[in-house]
Design a protein around this ligand. Structure first.
Ligand code: FES
Length: 81
């Protein structure tokens, strides 16, 4: 497990029924190495449902698509052992 007290950790959070929230200093690039400009100091929201018209970013379509996914880390009350 990564120590989240290390300097500038990237934190990826699968939001309930929504996108991945990616916070921290991160480079997002395509398979050819071309990079997206991400606003400094703001989290990115990456599509987890596969329905976005603006991949890899979430555009909110998950709501209309009825995307349902709630995940919890193992060992938490909701995540099992
Ligand atoms: S998670 Fe929002 S559009 Fe896919």
């Amino acid at each position: 497990m990564t120590d989240d007290r290390s300097p500038d950790p990237v934190i990826v959070t699968p939001r309930d029924n929504g996108p991945y929230r990616v916070a921290g200093p991160v480079i997002l690039q395509d398979a050819e190495g071309n990079r997206w400009d991400l606003p400094a100091g703001k989290p990115a929201f990456l599509c987890r449902c596969g329905q976005s018209g603006n991949k890899p970013f979430c555009d909110g379509t998950h709501r209309a698509a009825g995307f349902a996914s709630v995940v919890r880390a193992p060992g938490t009350e909701a995540g099992g052992s």
